[in-house]
Design a protein around this ligand. Structure first.
Ligand code: NI
Length: 393
C-alpha cells in the first residue's frame, strides 16, 4: 500500500484516542516547568507502544527514540506541552478545570500530534532508515524550555540531522498547512537598563543628577534605532515596556529602571540594535551625567527555516495533503518561539497546521481560543509523512 494511505489508515485508528487524550490534557493545563501530569500522560502513551524514552530532560521534558536498527539519519520532531495563565472562557465541555490556567495556545494538541506520529511510526519501525527522536518540551510560553532541554542533552545521543517543528494556526483553514519560506518568527532579546543619578530637592535641580529626565531622553532616542538606523526592509521592533523612576513630586529622581524587548528576523540586526543602544547609553552618560548598566539577554533567536529541509518537508506535505492544501503564509510573525534554539543548531523546518473554526473569532493566547480538532489527524498525517521523507528508503 502507498505510504500516504498507510499513514491515513493508522491515523484513522488513532484519531479518537488522540482527541480523547487532548481533551483530558485540556481539562488539566499545566504551566511552564509544571507539566508533571502531562509528562506522565506522554510517558504512559510511549510505554504502551514500547518506545524507550528519557524523562526529566529540562525538568519536565521527555525525549523518546524510535530506532529501526538500520543506518540512516536521525530526524527530530518537537512538540511543546505547556499552558498559559489565562482563565478559560470557551464554555467547552472539556474546558479547563484549573482556574487561571488554560491551553490557550493549543500545546495540548501539539502534544497528542507528536504521540500520534510516534504511534504511527512505531508501526513502521522495521522499515525506518535511521532514528526518529521525539522531543516533548516544557515551558515554551516562557521561552525557556528548549534551552533547559538542550542543557540536559536533548541535542545529543543521538545528534539530530534535521528537526521539525509545528504549531496550530487559527488563521489557516483546517485541512491545510501553512509555511513561511525562510523567516518564521522573530528573535526576542530582553534588555534591562538602570540609570543612576543623584537624588536631590526638587527645588534645587543643580544639586542633583536627574535620572528620570535622562531616562525620558533615552526612551525617545531608542526609538530612532529602528526608525533611523535599521534598514527599512529588515523587520525590527524595540519596545520599552517598563519605565520606573522617582518617589515624590518634589524629589529629583536618583535612579531609573527601563525594561524592554527587541525583536528582529536576523541575528545581525539584533547585534546592530544592541550596539546602538550601548552607544546611546554612553551618550546619555556624557550628556546627562548618569551612570548606567545594561543587561542584554537573548531569550530566543529568530526562527528561520533551513531551505533545503523545508523543501523536502513541503514535498512530503504536498504529497500527503495535495498541493492545494499547502499554502505559503503572507508574512512571518514578530512573536517568538523557542523551537528556534533547536533550529539554530540543527537544520530545521516549521509548519503551521490549520486550526481555524468557522465562525469563531479568536486567536492564540485568548480566553475564547479553541483549536479545530481536525488539526490532530491532519497534523499526524503531515508530520509523519515529513519524518519519513528523511527516514525512509
Ligand atoms: Ni504556542
Amino acid at each position: 500500500m502507498d505510504i500516504n494511505r498507510r499513514i491515513a489508515a493508522s491515523v484513522e485508528n488513532l484519531a479518537a484516542e488522540l482527541i480523547a487524550l487532548r481533551r483530558k490534557l485540556h481539562e488539566h493545563p499545566e504551566l511552564a516547568f509544571e507539566e508533571h501530569e502531562t509528562a506522565k500522560a506522554v510517558a504512559g502513551f510511549l510505554e504502551k507502544l514500547g518506545i524507550p524514552f528519557r524523562k526529566a530532560v529540562g525538568k519536565t521534558g521527555i525525549v523518546a527514540l524510535i530506532d529501526g536498527g538500520k543506518p540512516g539519519p536521525t530526524v527530530g520532531i518537537r512538540a511543546d506541552m505547556d499552558a498559559l495563565p489565562i482563565n478559560e472562557q470557551t464554555g467547552l465541555p472539556f474546558a479547563s478545570k484549573v482556574p487561571g490556567k488554560m491551553h490557550a495556545c493549543g500545546h495540548d494538541v501539539h502534544t497528542v500530534i507528536a504521540l500520534g506520529v510516534a504511534a504511527t511510526l512505531a508501526g513502521m519501525k522495521s522499515e525506518l532508515r535511521g532514528r526518529v527522536k521525539l522531543i516533548f518540551q516544557p515551558a515554551e510560553e516562557t521561552l525557556s524550555g528548549a534551552q533547559a532541554m538542550i542543557a540536559d542533552g536533548a541535542l545529543e545521543d543521538p545528534k539530530m540531522d534535521v528537526v521539525l517543528g509545528y504549531h496550530n494556526w487559527p488563521a489557516v483553514e483546517a485541512g491545510k498547512v501553512g509555511y513561511n519560506t525562510e523567516a518564521v518568527m522573530s528573535s526576542a532579546d530582553a534588555f534591562d537598563i538602570t540609570l543612576k543619578g543623584r537624588e536631590g530637592h526638587g527645588a534645587h535641580p543643580h544639586m542633583g543628577i536627574d535620572a528620570l529626565a535622562a531616562g525620558a531622553y533615552l526612551v525617545a532616542q531608542l526609538q530612532t534605532i529602528v526608525s533611523r538606523e535599521v534598514k527599512p526592509l529588515s523587520p525590527a521592533v524595540l519596545t520599552v515596556g517598563e519605565f520606573h523612576a522617582g518617589t515624590a513630586r518634589n524629589i529629583i529622581a536618583g535612579a531609573a529602571q527601563l525594561k524592554g524587548i527587541v525583536r528582529t528576523m536576523e541575528a545581525a540586526v539584533s547585534a546592530q540594535i544592541e550596539a546602538a543602544m550601548r552607544r546611546m547609553l554612553e551618550g546619555i552618560k556624557a550628556s546627562m551625567r548618569v551612570e548606567y548598566t545594561l543587561d542584554w539577554k537573548r531569550v530566543a533567536p529568530a526562527l528561520r527555516n533551513h531551505k533545503p529541509t523545508l523543501e523536502r518537508v513541503l514535498r512530503a506535505a504536498r504529497e500527503a495533503l495535495g498541493a492545494e492544501n499547502v499554502v505559503e503564509l503572507p508574512e512571518a510573525s514578530m512573536g517568538s518561539e523557542d523551537f528556534a534554539w533547536f533550529a539554530e543548531r540543527v537544520p530545521a523546518a516549521h509548519l503551521r497546521i490549520g486550526s481555524k473554526i468557522a465562525g469563531l473569532d479568536t486567536a492564540i493566547h485568548r480566553a475564547n481560543y479553541d483549536c479545530n480538532e481536525a488539526a490532530i489527524p491532519l497534523g499526524v498525517r503531515v508530520m509523519t509523512r515529513a519524518v519519513l521523507e528523511f527516514a525512509e528508503k
